[in-house]
Design a protein around this ligand. Structure first.
Ligand code: ADP
Ligand code: MG
Length: 293
């Protein structure tokens, strides 16, 4: 492409809120064969809301939520923010935790009023040797099959409850994904969330390929694996977790409403959260390079 056509293409893309960091990305975006989409905040709205609170028989909801709220208050994870907002909305006043530890990809561990509080995945509790009743595992599975993210709560080494949040897909995700598929592009969703929730959300969005339970540092490795198969890969994400994968991909696309870290790591910023911008970006590139099919 001539410098003039690249400039014209960049200008056209910018009108649609698609910002290319350099002309080389506008030239190479047309080669993309596989698009990897982060789930939370990319396919979904990224605004999870607290939907379910289940307590063990020996726990009152208010007592449990006080501890969960204190533990999650120190976390900046979107799940934590949803849990804290939901607990406040129920009218509870939150206290501070005495100690707090973020366990990336698994949850949080905190000391609240002298007790150890865990909130997070099955793995987080299993690693702490907390036994979870079979009926609870089933309740958790049911929530996940409905696309909710369910988190286990333990206090002083004993299972105490479940909190679950729901994060709905963006109105435009399904059509945007169909468009990419119609362009001959493979779409894969990647998430740290569990397999069941991920599958349920992917199904709502029309995505058939899912990589679930990927640890924060594992996203870049998954992108690399696809590249090793000879594929040209675009990664689309919004979170700090996504930054290494955005940098590894042939084209990294950051959602403009996401974190600065993601935007810094990416080659393209999509100012609109609408995933149609992915297809738009690739189409502008195909057109600019004279490769429109
Ligand atoms: P995602 O890529 O979907 O944002 P993460 O890798 O950050 O997922 O987290 C994976 C899983 O770890 C979450 O689905 C959740 O079960 C658990 N988790 C992470 N952070 C928290 C938290 N602050 N509180 C409770 N659970 C958490
Ligand atoms: Mg995200």
């Amino acid at each position: 492409a001539t410098p003039t056509s690249v400039m014209a293409g960049s200008g056209r893309a910018a009108e649609y809120g698609i910002l290319f960091k350099g002309g080389e990305h506008l030239e190479s975006a047309q080669q993309i064969q596989t698009v990897v989409l982060d789930k939370t905040g990319t396919v979904t709205q990224g605004k999870p809301v607290l939907t379910d609170v289940i307590t063990a028989f020996d726990w009152a909801e208010a007592e449990l939520l006080k501890r969960v709220g204190a533990a999650e208050q120190s976390s900046e994870h979107p799940l934590a923010e949803a849990i804290v907002a939901g607990i406040r909305a129920k009218g509870h006043t939150l206290t501070q935790s005495e100690q707090f530890e973020n366990v990336p990809g698994y949850g949080v561990r905190a000391r609240v009023e002298g007790q150890e509080v865990l909130v997070g995945t099955r793995r987080l509790l299993a690693d702490a040797h907390v036994e979870v009743p079979e009926a609870t595992v089933q309740q958790m599975n049911d929530l996940e099959e409905r696309g909710r993210t369910a988190m286990l709560v333990a206090v002083d080494g004993r299972w105490a409850g479940i909190v679950a949040v729901a994060d709905t897909i963006k109105d435009t995700s399904r059509e945007a994904i169909q468009r990419l598929q119609a362009m001959g592009i493979d779409v894969i969703m990647i998430t740290g969330d569990n397999e069941r929730t991920a599958r349920a959300v992917a199904e709502q969005a029309g995505i058939h390929n899912v990589l679930a339970e990927v640890l924060p540092e594992g996203k870049a490795a998954e992108v690399k694996k696809l590249q090793d198969r000879g594929l040209k890969v675009a990664m689309v994400g919004d979170g700090i977790n996504d930054a290494p994968a955005l940098a590894t991909a042939d084209i990294g696309m950051a959602i403009g409403t996401g974190t600065d870290v993601a935007m810094e790591a990416a080659d393209i910023t999509l100012m609109r959260g609408d995933l149609n911008s992915i297809a738009d970006a690739i189409e502008v590139s195909r057109r600019t390079m004279g490769n429109i099919k």
